[in-house]
Design a protein around this ligand. Structure first.
Ligand SMILES: Cc1ncc(COP(=O)(O)O)c(C=O)c1O
Length: 373
C-alpha cells in the first residue's frame, strides 16, 4: 500500500468546484491587489483567532519579519527563539539586523524550553518568538510571565498551528496567535490551512501595531494617496487569488484539525505499547492540531529509508537544528551546545499526517513500522 507523506492537492480536489468558482469571480473582477477577498479573509481570520486585527501578507516569513519591524526590532537588538524550528523563524530576526539567540527545547514537547529562556535575556533582548511546533502550543504561561518581567514583546510563530489552543491560568481557552503581542501564520501549501502558493498573516489586538503592519506590507502607503509613502515599507501583500482560496478553506479548518487529531490519537493508541517508539506528548491544557505527527526512535534515518522501500513516505522534520546550519555559522555554536535539540533531530521521524489519511493506512503503516523497530 502506497502511503505518501503528504498530498498538498488532496483537499483542493475535494473543494475544486467551490475554489474554481471563487477564483473565476476574482479573475472577472480584476480586483487582484488588496481587494475585497483580502479584506474579507482578514476579517474572517481575525474573528477565527479571536483577535481584533489581521493583516494579509505574502508569507509566514514576512509575517514574522514585519511583526519584528512593527515592534521596532533592529540592529543591535537580540531576539530569543527556539533552536529547533524551521529556519524562517531565525531568518526573520536576521533580516531586521538583530541577532537570533537560540534556546534549547523541551524533550517532551519539542517546543522552546521555557525554563531556559530567562538565562538568555540580556539588556539587548527585545522580543521572544515561541514557536508552536508541529501544531502544539508552546508553554505560553511561563513565556508571558518572563516577557512581562523584562518588558519584552512576544511574537507567536503559529505558522504550523492554525486553530491550536492553549488554556491560561483562569481556565480560558485561547487560540494561538491571540496570546502574545502579535501572532504570525503561514499558508504555505502543506499547512493545516493552506493556499495554492505562498501566503501569510499577522494578527494582533493592538491598533498601533496593526496600522504599522498595514504600511510595512504596502511600501509605506497609508490612506487614499497611492503616491504618498510614510515609511520605507515592503511589497508583502497577500494576493486576492490566495485570499479567495483561503476563505473557502478556513470554513473547513476545524473539521480538518479534528480529523488530524483523531488520526493522531489512533496512531498513538497503536504505537503506545511498542517499546522503542515515543509517541507525541499530549497535555489536557493544550489543543494540538498535528500539523506534523512526530515520533522518536533509534536509527530513525535508516527506518525512514526502509519504509520508503515499502512505499511508505516519512520525513525527518528537522534533521539539523539551527545552530548547526551553515547559514548560522557566524554565531559560533558547535555540536553539543543544544543537546536536547540535537537528540531530537537525530531520533525524530515524522509519519504521514493529513485529514484524508484512513485508519486502514495507519494500521498498515504501524504494522510495518513495528516489525522494523
Ligand atoms: C515554524 C515556521 N515558521 C515560519 C515559517 C515560514 O512560513 P512561509 O514558508 O510561509 O514563509 C514556516 C513555514 O514553513 C514554519 O514552519
Amino acid at each position: 500500500m502506497k502511503i505518501p507523506f503528504i498530498d498538498v492537492n488532496n483537499q483542493n480536489h475535494l473543494l475544486k468546484k467551490e475554489l474554481l468558482n471563487s477564483l473565476k469571480g476574482v479573475l472577472e473582477s480584476g480586483d487582484f491587489i488588496l481587494g475585497k477577498q483580502v479584506r474579507l479573509f482578514e476579517s474572517e481570520f481575525a474573528k477565527y483567532c479571536d483577535c481584533r486585527y489581521a493583516v494579509g501578507l505574502n508569507s509566514g516569513t514576512d509575517a514574522l519579519f514585519l511583526a519584528l519591524l512593527s515592534l521596532g526590532v533592529g540592529p543591535g537588538d537580540e531576539v530569543i527563539c527556539p533552536v529547533y524550528t524551521y529556519i524562517a523563524t531565525a531568518l526573520s530576526i536576521s533580516y531586521t539586523g538583530a541577532k537570533p539567540v537560540f534556546v534549547d527545547i523541551d524533550a517532551r514537547t519539542f517546543n522552546i524550553d521555557s525554563n531556559a529562556v530567562e538565562k538568555k535575556i540580556t539588556k539587548k533582548t527585545k522580543a521572544i518568538i515561541p514557536v508552536h511546533l508541529y501544531g502544539q502550543p508552546a508553554d505560553m504561561g511561563t513565556i508571558l510571565a518572563i516577557a512581562r518581567k523584562y518588558k519584552i514583546v512576544v511574537i507567536e510563530d503559529a505558522a504550523q498551528a492554525q486553530g491550536a489552543m492553549w488554556k491560561n491560568n483562569k481556565n480560558q481557552w485561547k487560540k494561538v496567535g491571540s496570546i502574545g503581542d502579535i501572532g504570525c501564520f503561514s499558508f504555505y501549501p502543506t499547512k493545516n490551512l493552506s493556499g495554492c502558493g505562498d501566503g501569510g498573516m499577522a494578527v494582533t489586538n493592538k491598533k498601533k501595531i496593526y496600522e504599522r503592519l498595514l504600511m510595512l506590507r504596502d511600501q509605506g502607503r497609508k490612506g487614499k494617496n497611492r503616491y504618498l509613502h510614510y515609511i520605507k515599507g515592503y511589497n508583502s501583500r497577500l494576493a486576492s487569488m490566495q485570499a479567495a482560496i483561503l476563505r473557502i478553506k478556513l470554513k473547513t479548518l476545524d473539521r480538518e484539525n479534528k480529523l488530524r487529531r483523531e488520526n493522531a490519537k489512533f496512531y498513538s493508541k497503536l504505537l503506545n505499547d511498542c517499546g522503542g517508539i515515543t509517541v507525541p506528548y499530549v497535555s489536557a491544557s493544550l489543543r494540538h492540531v498535528y500539523h506534523i505527527y512526530a515520533v522518536l526512535l533509534n536509527k530513525s534515518r535508516k527506518i525512514s529509508e526502509q519504509l520508503r522501500r515499502k512505499d511508505i513516505y516519512t520525513s525527518k522534520v528537522y534533521n539539523l537544528s539551527l545552530h548547526l546550519q551553515p547559514a548560522y555559522k557566524e554565531l559560533g555554536y558547535k555540536r553539543g551546545d543544544f543537546p536536547v535539540a540535537e537528540k531530537i533531530s537525530r531520533d525524530v521521524l515524522c509519519l504521514p499526517m493529513y485529514s484524508q489519511l484512513s485508519q486502514k493506512q495507519i494500521e498498515f503503516l504501524v504494522n510495518v513500522l513495528k516489525k522494523l523497530v
